[in-house]
Design a binder for this molecule. Structure first.
Ligand SMILES: NC(=O)c1ccc[n+]([C@@H]2O[C@H](COP(=O)([O-])OP(=O)(O)OC[C@H]3O[C@@H](n4cnc5c(N)ncnc54)[C@H](O)[C@@H]3O)[C@@H](O)[C@H]2O)c1
Length: 252
């Protein structure tokens, strides 16, 4: 799939990994719609990359349908990237009491249902287009996490939501193959983004120390570079790719 001239929608594109991706795709010649809960920041990013923006909650059905429709106004939607996510800590029990079920539900709603929401809307839109030269109709990139495999204490809902993103990747790729639409998940390790800024310094240092090589935080530009590669390399499909410097997280 060629990036130059393609229409792309980046959910969660106002910050961190999504922002870097929006910038990279735009630099490659794509018309990028930045869809994010934070419309002010989305507008700022879109303004800098000659893109467009829309306020969007990935956990809301109509909101994502509207965002995809807005992207399709620029032409055939070829690239959908979902980087919208939240990392709210969730332990099962807090101060001797069961943690409120809503705390888990919120994380699952944004990270897992939000991913499904983006995929269902993007797939329906891409399926309406004609395939391009290499036979692809479109490609969807989702964001899991290495917590899908090595979730830590306090990541009950987060790890479950990301494991869900890993788990749905193959069945979605199998379903969408008939329409020549690919789906690929990226499972990042630790990346220098505003979300990570919420992690206490000792936990952050310990995780950096556990990373095999290179022993540093990932640069969001490195995530964006992988998205770019996934888009152009048509053989990548139905897979979750770890991007983590071989970090294997410990229990806490
Ligand atoms: N930064 C890391 O180390 C890391 C590691 C593994 C996975 N991830 C995942 O990568 C994704 C991006 O994380 P980031 O580090 O760039 O975080 P970030 O907080 O910098 O960016 C997330 C963006 O998503 C938006 N967002 C949140 N909820 C939303 C919703 N309901 N609808 C639409 N937009 C919403 C936010 O406004 C923000 O712009 C997340 O799914 C996160 O779980 C990040």
């Amino acid at each position: 799939m060629q990036i130059d001239g393609a229409v792309a929608a980046v959910f969660g594109g106002a910050s961190g990994l999504g922002e870097a991706t929006a910038r990279r795709l735009a630099a490659g010649g794509a018309k990028v719609l930045v869809a994010d809960l934070n419309s002010e920041r989305a507008a700022a990013v879109a303004g800098e990359i000659d893109g467009a923006y829309v306020a969007c909650d990935v956990a809301d059905a109509d909101s994502v349908e509207d965002a995809v429709a807005a992207a399709a106004e620029f032409g055939d939607l070829r690239i959908a990237v979902d980087c919208a996510g939240i990392g709210t800590p969730t332990k099962l029990v807090r101060k001797g009491k069961p943690t409120a079920l809503e705390d888990f539900a919120k994380v699952i709603a944004v990270n897992l249902l939000g991913t499904i929401n983006v995929l269902r809307c993007a797939a329906a839109e891409m399926a309406r287009t004609e395939p391009v030269a290499d036979g692809d109709r479109g490609v969807c990139v989702t964001t899991a996490s290495i917590a899908a495999y090595e979730g830590q204490v306090g990541q009950v809902a987060y790890a479950a939501s990301k494991a869900g993103v890993v788990g749905l990747t193959l069945p979605v790729a199998r379903e969408l193959a008939a329409q020549a639409i690919r789906v690929v998940a990226i499972a990042p390790g630790l990346f220098e983004t505003p979300m990570l800024a919420g992690l206490p310094a000792p936990a952050r240092e310990s995780l950096i120390g556990t990373t095999l090589h290179p022993q540093r935080l990932g640069d969001p530009a490195e995530y964006a570079a992988l998205v770019e590669h996934i888009v152009v390399n048509t053989m990548i499909n139905g897979e979750t790719i770890r991007l983590d410097g071989a970090l294997r997280m410990g229990p806490s």
